[in-house]
Design a protein around this ligand. Structure first.
Ligand code: TXA
Ligand code: MG
Length: 335
């Protein structure tokens, strides 16, 4: 593709400058590509109501045409207006409980949203992000914004503007730098077009939390089928979210042995301190609570890639559903 001149605009993550937001919003309204921070990861936005704008997202990312995008709106009222008649009491309850926030709802696709947004499906993924920059941008743009994670296809999602720049410099019009993302892993995707509803991708909003509102909600584990068998949902290919280095996951007991035979340079990511680490590895000790771990995981994998690691050995993370999102991403990164 032809290279663009990417404009880098820094914004305060809490009180974004309205003039800067207005510039980025104008670019969106004019059909351009704007990367922006959300509370989960950085998104790569284009107006969702125009096929030719959305097509640019697929081109910039090198994203396969069968992988649908998430559409973002500033608030629940905008979501309700967009979805129209298909919006029901369950949508209201979920929106009230979790929006703005890291939950994506799959709903019937409204007629005025072009099929390319959903990779041809009749369903649309929709989210109200909880980041002041995202909210301000979406409000100023005044149109729904399709935004996948702002990385090249199948690579790690970005949790900082520098990560976006590494992958997409010269391929997008504007990058809004609003600091680092708080959640650090992508939103929970809940498909409400199936009965019972099913979690397509685990995230910060867990099955147990959703169960308080959605009866019989089905776990993403039902979708964890071996590679090579037919895909349960478009875009949920196993190989995903991967660093350049070969990544493996082993228990604490297996770390030393795995490291002995790992290609150098090698990074090791542990859950809590590991005093027996060899001296010739890049050791990253992540916190042993699920939220801190999630916040730091992509950042750590990006850092190890930057150091030129050929392999990364991750310590297996604890059981329990709070760890589901991180476990899912590690599984995909090592697939
Ligand atoms: O946290 C997030 O969700 C971030 C931020 C930017 O909002 N976005 C994100 O988008 O992770 P992306 O494109 O990297 O992942 C979207 C996933 C797709 O891979 C697909 O599995 C699912 O959402 N998805 C989107 N539309 C769908 C649909 N109509 N039906 C089923 N799954 C869908
Ligand atoms: Mg992605």
């Amino acid at each position: 593709m032809n290279l663009l001149t990417t404009r880098y605009l820094t914004v305060d993550p809490v009180f974004p400058d309205p003039d800067v937001i207005a510039q980025a919003a104008r670019m969106l309204a004019d059909g351009g590509l704007v990367a922006f921070p959300t509370e989960t990861v950085y998104g790569l936005g284009a107006r969702a109501d125009r096929e030719e704008s959305v097509a640019k997202i697929y081109q910039a990312k090198g994203r396969p045409a069968h992988n649908p995008l998430i559409t973002h709106v500033p608030d629940v009222a905008a979501a309700r207006a967009l979805v129209g008649e298909a919006w029901g009491p369950l949508h209201d309850q979920l929106a009230e409980a979790f929006w703005p926030g890291p939950l994506t709802l799959v709903v019937p696709r409204p007629a005025h949203i072009p099929a390319i947004v959903s990779a041809g499906l009749d369903a649309l993924a929709l989210r109200v992000p909880a980041h002041p920059v995202a909210t301000a941008l979406l409000r100023a743009a005044g149109v729904p914004v399709a935004a996948p994670s702002a990385n090249r296809s199948s690579q790690l999602s970005p949790t900082r503007a520098a990560h976006v720049r590494e992958g997409l410099d010269g391929r997008i019009d504007v990058l809004l730098d609003g600091g680092s993302c708080d959640v650090g892993l992508e939103s929970t995707v809940l498909d409400l077009t199936q009965d019972p509803p099913v979690i397509l991708r685990p995230g910060r909003i867990t099955l147990q939390v959703l169960s308080a509102i959605v009866r019989d909600v089905k776990s993403h584990r039902a979708l964890e089928i071996p590679q090579g068998i037919s895909r349960p949902s478009p875009g949920l290919d196993s190989k995903h979210y991967a660093p350049r280095a070969a990544l493996s996951v082993v228990t604490r007991q297996g770390l030393s042995q795995a490291l002995a035979s790992a290609l150098r340079p090698v990074g090791v990511v542990t859950v809590g301190p590991w005093l027996a680490a060899p001296a010739d590895v890049f050791l990253y000790t992540l916190a042993d609570d699920a939220e801190s771990y999630a916040r730091a995981l992509y950042e750590t994998l990006h850092a190890l890639d930057r150091k030129g690691c050929k392999s990364i050995v991750c310590e297996a993370i604890p059981e329990g559903e709070h760890w589901d999102a991180a476990r899912d991403r590690l599984r995909r990164a090592s697939a």
